[in-house]
Design a protein around this ligand. Structure first.
Ligand SMILES: Cc1cc2nc3c(=O)[nH]c(=O)nc-3n(C[C@H](O)[C@H](O)[C@H](O)COP(=O)(O)OP(=O)(O)OC[C@H]3O[C@@H](n4cnc5c(N)ncnc54)[C@H](O)[C@@H]3O)c2cc1C
Length: 415
């Protein structure tokens, strides 16, 4: 049996961030993943500015190595395409000007296959003296004992740890069986992803594209450009709507590619690489108990994906780092009680709660196609509104404004 002060289940972004932060603090941990890396993860592959910010906080050297990595594409913004097919391009930086080379030096977004990004994090873990990584071991049982958690899994694996960081993703059995967090269709989305080669018409500055096609609302169809002429293409939709409308997402994706008058032209010479795959997105926007005696839930296992944008990698990294700091405190104070660890919940929701709640409200508004059309129409013509929307990627207060009906009334009056 292995013994470690901290055990981490899952070596995706949440588990890796927790381990890398613990390493910085000089605390030994064992990380267990059922996969052998490099492994795929069904995802849009869009990395927001949060990713580099968080890695920089853990260790600036890691952030530099990611910035220099050849396997990703730099992206400078997002194109929102409204249901009536108007396109609104918003740079990640409010002062973005596509013609100005100075802005191109510092992108804040990337598109990068998870096969490569997650393997990058695994390689970072392998450099660390305080991290022991076990691949190809699936954790199947968790037993709370008086002096720690005993976890066991395939191949006779057993680990005893004082505190457990749960980072095993959207289908975590720990989240369901022990933390008792259940899937709720209003706070869960389903996503389908495919890789294509030779999709035409992508933006010269590699903007990611979100197409709010009427029948998919409040979900969207996406095209995210990747290196080597490839693109990540997919659809995502709230599970509540999938059930209500009896939608088959794989069929919807194919239908858009084959029949949508604008999209089908762009896919005329495109070829599918590999298979079309789907996975769940546990959404934030509602506060849940994400810790308990001797455990902390992180990333998707804690239901923290942004309900409006579908972004979860940045939040997974953030919670991994916060969990590591909380684990360090618990080890120092020798207090692993649920009451002591609830400080973790407070910190996660202090950092992410406002943004997630606002995004939940925005997601509800987006189901109105006319409102979306109007907002895009006004914004295309109005430089100030464009700058305002750009700030949305940084400022929670601004997202708050966007989620209020008064914002749209003012916009209408000032147009
Ligand atoms: C279709 C789709 C598109 C998305 N697009 C984006 C996007 O463009 N940008 C973005 O930021 N987010 C996106 N997301 C969300 C993002 O993929 C997740 O939020 C992110 O992967 C969460 O990281 P994590 O570390 O919590 O979990 P994961 O990345 O799922 O990692 C969990 C790890 O735990 C391991 N594991 C699972 N069970 C066990 C077990 N029993 N024992 C041992 N190991 C185990 C797995 O092998 C895995 O390596 C998308 C999600 C989907 C489904």
């Amino acid at each position: 049996m292995l013994i470690s002060r901290v055990g981490i289940i899952g070596a995706g972004p949440a588990g890796a961030a927790a381990a890398l932060q613990l390493n910085q603090l000089g605390i030994d941990c064992v990380v267990v993943d059922k996969a052998v890396f490099p492994r795929d993860k069904i995802c849009g592959d869009g990395l927001s500015g949060k990713v580099i910010t968080c890695l920089n906080r853990i260790d600036p050297e890691i952030a530099i190595r990611l910035q220099e990595a050849p396997f990703k594409l730099n992206s400078w913004g997002v194109s929102f395409v409204s249901p009536n097919r108007q396109e609104l391009d918003i740079g990640y930086r409010p002062d973005y000007n596509g013609k100005d080379a100075a802005h191109k030096k510092s992108p804040i977004g990337y598109v990068c296959k998870r096969l490569d990004f997650d393997n990058f994090l695994v390689e970072e873990m392998k450099r660390c003296a305080h991290i022991r990584l076990l691949e190809g071991v699936s954790v199947e049982q968790y037993t709370l004992e008086s002096d720690g958690y005993l976890i066991s899994g395939t191949g006779g694996f057993q680990l005893k740890c004082e505190i457990l960081i749960v980072a095993n993703g959207a289908h975590s059995s720990f989240t369901k069986d022990i933390a008792k967090i259940r899937m709720e269709p209003k706070y869960y989305a389903a996503g389908i992803r495919a890789y294509y080669k030779n999709v035409t018409g992508t933006n010269a500055d590699n903007f990611i594209e979100l197409h709010f096609i009427k029948k998919m609302l409040p979900g969207y169809f996406w095209i995210f450009p990747l290196p080597n002429g490839e693109a990540n293409v997919g659809v995502g939709m709230l599970s509540d709507a999938v059930r209500r409308k009896k939608v088959n997402l794989k069929n919807e994706l194919q239908d858009i590619i084959d029949k949508d008058p604008i999209i089908k032209e762009r896919f005329k010479n495109a070829t599918l690489i590999g298979s079309v795959e789907g996975y769940g997105l546990p959404l934030g926007g509602k506060q849940r108990a994400i810790s308990g005696e001797r455990y902390l839930l992180t990333g998707d296992a804690a239901f923290l994906i942004d309900p409006f944008t579908g972004e979860g990698i940045g939040n997974a990294l953030y919670t991994g780092r916060i969990a590591a700091n909380q684990a360090a405190k618990a080890l120092e104070q020798k207090d692993f009680s649920a009451a002591a660890l609830s400080a973790y919940d407070a910190e996660v929701y202090r950092v992410m709660g406002p943004e997630l709640r606002i995004s939940h409200r925005l997601q509800k508004l987006v189901k109105y196609a006319w409102l979306f059309n109007l907002l895009v129409k006004i914004s295309i013509r109005n430089k100030q509104v464009k700058e305002l929307l750009s700030c949305m990627f940084y400022e929670v207060d601004l997202r708050k404004k966007l989620a209020k009906p008064s914002f749209y009334i003012k916009l209408l009056l000032n147009r």
